[in-house]
Ligand binder design. Structure first.
Ligand code: PLP
Length: 228
């Protein structure tokens, strides 16, 4: 089941990318495995999936100790400052940095391990009061401040738009995130301005996200089923 879902979604991603004249290789699938056991992740791995998204530090730590370095984990949840020590050990990317205080704590933790870490800045693109993320108008300042931290590499932006049953309603938010990213890119504020990441789109709206430029789509329930 899970392996079939992965195959089907991969093919769909490919088809959507080709239809809008994008290189299919430029869109990566993150299998969002939060609340699902490591056994389910192994099934996804049997279909070649290596990249997973996790929201909870302790849960991710448990699965990481079982699956080890065969998996690449992106953190996509709300990160508390007191969990950064573990986070920098098990994640290859933290997608949800949205405040300078958190960035500074991550940077210090990385210093102790002599490591660097790829991050995304999470933007509250729909100004949704229930969502985390920096306000779009403050993103430039945050990127400037983070650029002084030598262990963090801002690779791009991430967003979760306000939920709507109708995926078309996500489109304006995805467009807004891309325009913001292009603006910051012109100002040279990313670690690599020739290749920036846009993490946007989930099970119900990843098609729209790819049409609007997503390079990372975060798909959970369409792969693993509904969360209880
Ligand atoms: C849970 C989650 C997802 C996956 O959502 P689905 O609707 O199950 O695909 C994607 N992104 C974030 C940030 C999440 O927390």
């Amino acid at each position: 089941m899970i392996a079939d879902n992965i195959e089907r979604i991969r093919q769909h991603i490919r088809a959507v990318a080709l239809r809008c004249n994008r290189n299919p290789e430029s869109v990566r699938l993150i299998a969002v495995s939060k609340t699902f056991p490591a056994a389910d992740m192994k099934e996804a791995m049997s279909a070649g999936q290596r990249l997973f998204g996790e929201n909870y530090i302790q849960e991710a730590e448990r699965k990481y100790s079982e699956l080890g370095q065969q998996v690449q984990l992106h953190f996509i949840g709300h990160l508390q400052s007191n969990k950064t020590e573990v986070a920098v050990k098990i994640f290859t990317m933290i997608e949800t940095v949205d405040r300078m205080k958190l960035a500074a704590i991550l940077d210090r933790a990385l210093n102790r391990y002599g490591r660097t870490l790829d991050i995304l800045v999470q933007v509250n693109i729909g100004n949704d009061e229930n969502k985390s993320g920096i306000e779009p108008e403050n993103a430039e300042n945050l990127l400037k401040e983070i650029s002084f931290l030598k262990n963090l590499r801002v690779r791009g932006l991430m967003t979760i738009p306000p939920f709507s049953e109708d995926p078309e309603r996500s489109r304006v938010h995805f467009q807004a995130l891309r325009h913001l990213a292009e603006n910051l890119q012109e100002k040279g504020l990313f670690y690599d301005n020739a290749a920036i990441e846009l993490s946007m789109g989930m099970s119900h709206d990843y098609r729209i996200a790819i049409e609007e430029g997503a390079t990372l789509v975060r798909v959970g329930s369409a792969i693993f089923g509904n969360r209880g």
